[in-house]
Write a protein that binds this ligand. Sequence first.
Ligand code: GLU
Length: 280
Amino acid sequence: MGAAMDDAQPIVTRFAPSPNGAMHLGHAFSAVFAHDLAAQAGGTFLLRIEDIDGARSRPEHADDFRRNLEWLGLEWQEVPAQSTRLKSYEAAARKLLERGLLYPCICTRKEIEEAGAQRGVEGVLYPGTCKGKPVDPSKPAALRLDIDAALCEVGELVWTDEVAGSVVVDLSDFGDAVIVRKDAPASYHLAVTMDDAADGVTLVTRGKDLFNATHIHRVLQELLELPVPHCHHHGLLLDDDGQKLAKSRGSPALSDRRQAGEDGLLLAEKLRLQKLKGDI
Ligand code: GLU
């Protein structure tokens, strides 16, 4: 059974960027937020490079994140990147597979979307097409969590969000989540859950856009007997049109601002005020 964290232990937070692109303002907010929560409590702020996506991750982006954190005036301890932890993900996935909690799925994203459209469901909620069926072994397969079987094992679960309070696990938006990707030995869900435990993270901070992912992480904590950290899902920085800031929408890369001579310490202060003003 996943163990609750001891409230008296020193706080450990982390910033866990995926080096798939340049660091932008939303990342900077997340980093300052996690850093300050640890610093205010005399705790530890970690940096973990989440480079599980071998095809898209670039070391130069990881370096860009480090340079920008320094420019923002943050101090951190760096823990090993995900690419160095693949064996531990494989071992955990193997155990879940042996317990009958995972099954192979060869569906493509397009097929899942089409199946959803036929049922009038938008997006990529997986309808369980491959569950309980033999799959063509010549096709690349992901491994999905059999949510029904998992919930039978773990029963009703709760997790704690610093803003939302006590949250009951609700997997209705998930379907059978991918635990092992076709092209990597773990999905985001498996890797981040195991890493937060391995790194001793006591307070997971991330944007509200990932709030629902925490339900699946809570189930994995229970199945893998990992400690249960508290969470703090923060609001997202919005651009002038009220849209979430994203690189794809032209939010300037932080390194452009740094190289243009902007004061990083001042920017970090502005981000702190933004939080206090409730602009997010
Ligand atoms: N690597 C994830 C991202 O950049 C981190 C998410 C998390 O903090 O759990 O979105």
